[in-house]
Design a binder for this molecule. Sequence first.
Ligand code: NI
Ligand code: MN
Length: 220
Amino acid sequence: MELKYLGHSAFEIRTNSGVILIDPFLVKCPDFDYSNTTDIFVTHGHADHLGKAPQIAIKTGALITAVFELAKYCARYGVNVNGISLGGWISYDWGRVIALPAFHSNSSDDGTYTGCPVGYLFEIEGKRIFHSGDTCLNSEMKVIGEVYKPDIAILPIGGHYTMDVENSIIASDWIGAKTVIPMHYNTFPQINADIDLFKSEISKKGKNPLILNIEETITL
Ligand code: NI
Ligand code: MN
């Protein structure tokens, strides 16, 4: 399995039986080749997360998974959607996913209510990867650590709209993942983050801070 960072909160996961895009807001890599995408996961309806999801789904036939109201919004584009909510594991050819709570707001650019914001925990090829979406520090993260035990946590660190570096350090402790990947920082001036501080504090906790460059790929 390969994980590629596409800037902001966007990631691609290439598995043995499908190619997943998460929050495909691709301003940092506008020429990215998404033609093999089979599944798109969107954490909430804000433009910096929904990104080009409907357009990519139109071109590739990929299935968009999102919370019911957001999935319904995407269905307006005539694409395949899987409307889900918090609660249970959802199965795919390449593994399974559960939507977990995020504390944030949620609407589309035109003001449509798009349900509750979520994070996703992916279980693929024996690994558990948690992408928290936009969220503040919250006590649900203790449950995520205790019950779901992710190997990798992908967390926002930019502040202003989400957790900042300080709170992401606490979150990484609660979630318990050995590897922590920062996201949602340095895209706009409001979310500039001290990445060196993140790196040193995560290391002090005995964890592995994994700072990915745009379009950098790691093998898991
Ligand atoms: Ni947001
Ligand atoms: Mn955002």
